[in-house]
Design a protein around this ligand. Structure first.
Ligand code: BGP
Length: 465
């Protein structure tokens, strides 16, 4: 007997500013680290993306047509503060005011991510998260957002996929290691610590300024399986679960470092330095819910002392870590066209595990299938593979609800086609097709994919389609 989705369930979808907006140096916006980095060969730059900046009204109308209750998007830090700190760009404030108001006029709740991989380039030059001042930079930015939009925005997310930034930062093109650094692991976990303190302070500030708002983190959480039932493989899975998942949630929920991770860092002389007040700050920021992205599970085996793995490292599944675990391809799972494993049952398992550890309601902030979609001559996109992927995952959310887990919403990636983190425009995720190629901008017209009509029915029936 399945339990129904709650009546207030937030059906919607997600995007991020640097991947969808375009207008990357327009109306006073400063460049972000994404705008100044070298894009992977053969992929588009970020000047136009899906041109959401100019077409947001049309896009929100299409989301409303699907029946969205929520739209998760991020705010570009350097559109609000071109230099990251200092003067505010009024045009930037205005753009997000318009976007928020447009959502609300269609009864769509904005769910705002404050940081999604796009550090202002000026702050990047100053060391980005390696600079201890990054904590203050972020809290200042958060305050500006709360003050400007807090009267209308109820749901806030702090940092998108902080764990992925820490584990695979270079793939995303963000975290950097200062020249001459002698202990890379320590440097990375020091940057991670700065993000953790910044996040905790932002959550505390949100509760102080906006008592009715709800705020949470948005890591990428997926259960790590052992490659076999050998006890050493099970232990390797525990290790990677701690490093990949629980570090972030133990910290945001309880304000403490996961003991397995701390022991690992101690062993490598890589524990982050605490500044006076950090311990209190970390304990002061409590999330109201857990936002999390889920694409697939990971599978690991015991380390054989090398880092060799049979998994190509991307932002979902990092390379193995010598002494800790070896990454494995799960032979039981099908893969997408881009080689990502597909594991709907793992979604339920992940939700169950999270709920029993943290007992907080959850919002799925990303989930989805990237594919080479084709627009037919009569303007259709037959993406039955996406419908299957999403249907299978939604089914597992309902099973998790039936297990007693508290779910607040589901916002798959992505509302409309946008630029992938490192595969350009060819890897599409949207319900809405955007007519452009990698370098040819074509019409940028919007088309409803088959998944658009399907998702509309899912929402109309509150998940029972
Ligand atoms: C997540 C990111 C998104 C998004 C998605 C798909 O890790 O939060 O920004 O892009 O993955 O990844 P990709 O674009 O590489 O296929």
């Amino acid at each position: 007997n399945l339990k129904p989705f709650p009546q207030t369930f937030l059906w919607g979808a997600s995007t991020s500013a640097y991947q969808v907006e375009g207008a990357n140096l327009i109306d006073g916006k400063g460049p972000s680290c994404q705008d100044v980095k070298q894009v992977p060969e053969g992929t588009s730059d970020l000047t136009v993306c899906a041109d959401h900046y100019h077409r947001y009204k049309e896009d929100i109308a299409l989301m409303a047509e699907m029946g969205f209750k929520a739209y998760r998007f991020s705010i570009s830090w350097s559109r609000i503060l071109p230099e990251g700190t200092g003067d505010v760009n009024p045009k930037g404030i205005e753009f997000y005011n318009n976007l928020i108001n447009e959502c609300l006029s269609h009864n769509i709740q904005p769910i705002i991510t404050m940081f999604h991989f796009d550090m202002p380039a000026k702050l990047d030059e100053r060391g980005s998260w390696s600079n201890r001042e990054s904590v203050d930079w972020f809290v200042n930015f958060a305050r500006i957002l709360f003050e400007n939009y807090g009267d209308r925005v109820k749901y806030w997310l702090t940092i998108n996929e902080q764990n992925v930034l820490t584990l695979s930062g270079p793939v995303i093109g963000t975290l950097h290691i200062p020249e001459g650094c002698t202990n890379e692991l320590k440097e990375i976990y020091q940057q991670n610590h700065h993000m953790l303190v910044a996040q905790a302070k932002a959550m505390a500030l949100c509760h102080e300024l906006l008592p009715d708002a709800k705020i949470g983190p948005a890591p990428n959480i997926s259960l790590v399986y052992p490659a076999s039932c050998k006890p050493e493989d099970v232990q390797a899975a525990q290790n990677f679960n701690a490093l990949r998942n629980w570090l972030y949630l133990d910290m945001s929920v309880y304000g403490v470092y996961n003991n397995l991770v701390w022991a690992y860092l101690e062993e490598h002389d890589a524990c982050p330095e605490f500044m006076p007040g950090d311990e209190e700050a970390l304990k002061s920021g409590h999330p109201d819910f857990i936002g999390f992205n889920y694409y697939n599970t990971a599978t690991v085996a015991a380390s054989d002392g090398t880092e060799i793995s049979d998994v190509h490292a991307d932002q979902q599944n990092a390379q193995g870590i010598a002494g800790l675990y070896r990454a494995f391809r799960n032979p039981n799972l099908p893969k997408t066209e881009f080689g990502w494993e597909i594991d709907p049952m793992g979604f339920r398992a992940t939700i169950r595990e999270m709920y029993s550890r943290y007992r907080l309601p959850m919002i799925v902030t990303e989930n989805g299938l990237g594919a080479y979609d084709k627009l037919t001559e009569d303007g259709k996109v037959h993406d039955s593979y996406r419908i299957k992927y999403l249907r299978d995952h939604i089914e597992q959310v309902q099973l998790a609800i039936t297990d007693g887990c508290e779910m607040l919403g589901y916002c798959p990636w992505s509302a409309l086609d946008l630029i992938s983190t490192h595969e350009g425009m060819v890897k599409r995720y949207g319900f809405i097709y955007v007519d452009r190629d990698e370098f040819d901008l074509k019409t940028l017209d919007r088309y409803r994919k088959d998944s658009f009509y399907w998702y509309k029915k899912v929402i109309a029936s509150n998940g029972s389609d």
